[in-house]
Design a protein around this ligand. Structure first.
Ligand SMILES: *Cc1c(COP(=O)(O)O)cnc(C)c1O
Ligand code: SF4
Length: 466
């Protein structure tokens, strides 16, 4: 069967960006409060609009005019992948949750009541998967630094306070809880100086990853406040500054026509001049996000600075559950000079029921796409689960001594010694997350489990001592 996707009819594939058309575009966005202001919505059936209203009162919704006007194919609703990626769908809530919210909407309940019910439902959706709130928070002089995560030896994640939103929200996002105003579910940094000080005291840290939300929602001068302290020559062990961002797909104007786009590229220049590299960890979900002229221009301009763009993408039902989409995505990335980096498995949070794909199928799709691209695209690794013990890759499905097994390995581990060591789980065609897997060959535990339990206990004790 040919699984190649067909580009929607009439969608031109402009390769060249016309710089004469470098008009500054205002950033217009829509949320659940002004969903109706999107003119394309008016043509949709009333029940679909009601469903969107209900779901968006629980899960975050935000989309901008570029995504609406240039990425979504409105002749293919509701199946269009970018529509599925950004607009709430009924199936994203369980029937029970949906009904609880829908009942309130039908009788036009007051906002406060809607909010209360929404918060109750949110707490039932595993808002903080993989022990993010406590296990990964580092300390400086015993003081917890809630805007930092230090899970893997060499990499510190930094969540700048001013970067806790995105140019649009992905319906599957595992960080959804940060966006819905549940204040105790947010973690954000107060100060950039704490970050630099933390890095100074940790010579094992070779790279800092600014993430969010999306750090590129910040104006360049704000971003500079966070980055500048890291360029101190005293932090010689810091080799790379990474920016985790979806802006290259959702708002490429950030790098081309925004008033401070050039300043941002100069910031990249300055990081590189300081003897470090810049890695833009670009989040893509579909090849269509790379097909507009401005998206390609953004990639070209970023690469012109010497920054390297690596792509990471979760595998999602309704959006890119198709080997052909991945094949095309990786091919386009290689064409544009983007390095394919990770294929992720959707996390066990939020609307995961809607998006999840069994690990066995994820592996099959990965391999199908991987087989069809050349070696330059095979820098991609996956399918990978960002689970509590680490990033675990499904390396294969095979049979060992008559038992069907998953072959797994850590790409990152809480203990770096775990990395690269193959291990085996019983094959299970329904399993869709690490916690569903059991060790193969009649073993009680995976090789890392006892150590992980000890690490968890130690962290819990430290927290309790306060
Ligand atoms: C993925 C991830 C990183 C970065 O991992 P790389 O394999 O180096 O890209 C760092 N910290 C956390 C918590 C992560 O989930
Ligand atoms: S851009 Fe990233 S952080 Fe923002 S909603 Fe999408 S996946 Fe989540």
């Amino acid at each position: 069967m040919d699984m190649r996707p067909i580009l929607p009819p009439g969608r031109a594939r402009p390769h060249v960006y016309d710089a004469r058309q470098r008009d500054v575009e205002a950033f217009n966005y829509f949320t659940e409060r002004n969903l109706d202001a999107i003119s394309q919505i008016h043509q949709l059936p009333a029940d679909l609009r009601f469903d969107m209203q209900v779901v968006s009162s629980v899960l975050p919704f935000k989309v901008n005019s570029y995504v609406v006007d240039q990425l979504i194919d409105w002749s293919d609703i509701p199946d269009d992948p970018i529509f599925q990626l950004t607009f709430p769908q009924k199936g994203m809530l369980s029937e029970e949750h949906f009904e609880r919210m829908a009942t309130l909407h039908r009788r036009a309940a007051p906002r406060a009541e809607l909010k209360e019910e929404a918060n109750r439902i949110r707490l039932e959706l595993n808002p903080h998967p993989a022990g993010q709130t406590t296990l990964n928070v580092p300390r400086l002089d015993q003081e917890p630094l809630p805007g930092l995560q230090h899970k893997y030896r060499e990499t510190v994640l930094f969540f700048p306070t001013a970067g806790q939103t995105c140019h649009a929200y992905c319906t599957f996002c595992f960080r959804w809880a940060q966006f819905v105003g549940m204040s105790d579910l947010r973690f954000a940094a107060k100060e950039a100086t704490q970050l630099a000080e933390y890095v100074r005291r940790h010579p094992e840290v070779t790279n800092v990853l600014l993430t969010g939300g999306d750090p590129m929602v910040m104006k360049t001068h704000k971003l500079e406040q966070y980055v500048n302290p890291l360029l101190d020559p005293a932090l010689e062990h810091l080799q790379t500054i990474r920016f985790g961002t979806k802006s290259v797909a959702y708002w490429p104007q950030r790098f081309v026509t925004d008033a401070d786009a050039d300043d941002l590229l100069r910031l990249f220049d300055r990081i590189i001049e300081s003897g470090r590299s810049v890695a833009v960890m670009a989040h893509y979900n579909h090849h269509r996000e790379m097909e507009t002229a401005i998206a390609r221009e953004a990639v070209r301009r970023i690469r012109d600075t010497g920054a390297v763009i690596r792509s990471q993408s979760p595998l999602l039902s309704h959006i890119n559950d198709n080997a052909g989409v991945w094949e095309l995505m990786w091919r386009e990335q290689v064409r544009l000079g983007i390095i394919p980096y990770y294929m992720f498995v959707e996390r066990d949070t939020g609307a995961e029921e809607y998006f999840k794909i069994p690990l066995a199928r994820a592996y099959k799709l990965f391999r199908e796409a991987y087989r069809h691209v050349n070696g330059l695209a095979r820098t991609v690794r996956g399918p990978s689960m960002s689970a509590n013990p680490g990033k675990v890759e499904i390396t294969g499905v095979t049979e060992v001594a008559g038992e069907k097994v998953f072959v797994l390995r850590f790409l990152q581990g809480r203990n770096p010694d775990w990395v690269g060591r193959p291990f085996f789980a019983r094959y299970d065609k329904e399993a869709s997350w690490m916690t569903h897997l059991r060790p193969a060959f009649g073993q009680e535990k995976f090789f890392f489990e006892e150590e992980l339990e000890r690490m968890t206990l130690k962290k819990e004790q430290e927290t309790r001592l306060e």
